[in-house]
Design a binder for this molecule. Structure first.
Ligand SMILES: [Fe+2]
Length: 206
């Protein structure tokens, strides 16, 4: 069973990092902000599950506020850094669309979702419990973007199961996380039906 811990790491602008584990495998998504908080969450998880392994460090994209903690996190969590194959950063593993990263008995599916940045990527847990969306999809809005690729990326996310919990890169919404099903109904960027409508709605993005 996958378990996700959302960590308020502060950082540049109410950033989130995540600890996601399944069995004895564990990944950190977006190592950034106050790394001591990530360290504390890791220590607590390890004391609950003694053989917990540091399996991956996953980046949702290369913007500085999401990757600022890589070197500090690697001191206590020595795992390969994985990112989209379009990342401009040096990393250990470059991920393709649809690639499956084994985690415990399940996997994380990689979805390349350009728009906010060319290297934006989302990660979906194979039990459909969690979707890590970085700055592609926020609770209630989406990241600054180029309209055309973002519209296509959001349409892909919209096709995923309602039961997924959206875990984004910043705490910008009315809740820190929400079900994808609810976001499909209430998020005007996710619910846009046409590119023209999406472009119109983007004009209201602050
Ligand atoms: Fe960003």
């Amino acid at each position: 069973m996958f378990q996700t811990e959302q960590i308020r790491v502060g950082g540049f602008d109410s950033n989130f990092s995540y600890l996601v584990r399944n069995g004895t495998d564990c990944a950190i998504v977006d190592p950034c902000g106050d790394v001591e908080k990530i360290h504390a969450a890791w220590n607590a998880a390890k004391s609950a599950i003694p053989f917990l392994k540091s399996t991956y460090i996953l980046l949702t994209h290369s913007h500085a506020d999401h990757v600022s903690g890589i070197s500090l996190v690697r001191r206590f969590f020595p795992a390969p850094v994985c990112a989209s194959r379009f990342t401009p950063l040096r990393c250990d593993r470059k991920l393709d669309d649809g690639e499956r990263l084994p985690l415990g008995e399940g996997f994380l599916e990689c979805l390349l979702t350009p728009g906010h940045s060319p290297d934006s990527i989302c990660y979906r847990t194979s039990d459909d419990s969690a979707l890590f969306t970085g700055d592609t999809l926020f609770v209630g809005c989406c990241g600054f973007c180029r309209a055309e690729p973002m519209f296509a990326s959001l349409r892909r996310l919209r096709a995923l199961p309602d039961c997924l919990t959206v875990y984004s890169g910043h705490d910008y919404g009315e809740f820190p996380s929400d079900s994808l099903g609810r976001q499909k109904r209430v998020n005007p960027y996710l619910s846009a039906e046409t590119l023209a409508q999406f472009r119109e709605r983007l004009r209201h993005l602050e």
